[in-house]
Ligand binder design. Structure first.
Ligand code: HEC
Length: 159
């Protein structure tokens, strides 16, 4: 019996405590938000850094996309694809040479034969060539090593 009374008193106290707590928070004054605080809140919701876009993507879009397509799938019978199984996985020196000299003659990619012509891309700077090759080697399902501008410079100067 005594225990029950104790429990009852305890419950009443607990309910009282909870209620007063609840009341307190209800009565809390809402401070107006200052413009400074507001701008802080807004910047908090923005992503800290914008999505990283590969620098070679812009070069690709300007100089290669028209033939090889945005997804590197090429055009059947005309422009070969650049995905897995293409020359893109070959020695980077060979790729630099293709960009500098262009390509003319029979090219086989994944069992398809292309006998077409790719114009030289020698107008690209060493950095642009390194960037675009790095981009295609890490896009369209490829995951080959990146190419740096020093290698482009070497191949261009015939070293
Ligand atoms: C005018 C169309 C055209 C443009 C522009 C062009 N290519 Fe090509 N590319 C071709 C054709 C056509 C071939 C195959 C040539 C042949 O049949 O002898 C080829 C072949 C290739 C190959 C070797 C074959 C393969 O599919 O792996 C690579 C790599 C390549 N191009 C990359 C590039 C890159 C990178 C650019 C931009 C800097 C570019 N091409 C711009 C048409 C083009």
């Amino acid at each position: 019996m005594k225990q029950r009374i104790n429990l009852f008193i305890f419950s009443v106290l607990l309910a009282g405590a909870l209620f007063s707590c609840h009341n307190n928070s209800d009565q809390k004054k809402v401070e107006p938000v200052s413009p400074d605080q507001m701008s802080k809140e807004i910047t908090k919701t923005l992503p800290a850094t914008p999505e990283k876009v590969h620098p070679g993507k812009a070069v690709f879009t300007q100089y290669c996309l028209v033939c090889h397509q945005a997804d590197g799938s090429g055009v059947p019978g005309m422009h070969p694809p650049l995905g897995p199984g293409s020359w893109v996985g070959r020695d980077p020196k060979e790729l630099v040479a293709v960009l500098i000299k262009g390509l003319n003659g029979k090219v086989e990619v994944n069992g398809e034969v292309y006998n077409s012509f790719m114009p030289s891309q020698a107008q690209l700077t060493d950095d642009e060539m390194a960037d675009v090759l790095s981009y295609i080697r890490s896009s369209f399902g490829n995951s080959y090593g990146l190419v740096d501008a020093d290698l482009v410079k070497k191949v261009r100067s015939g070293k």
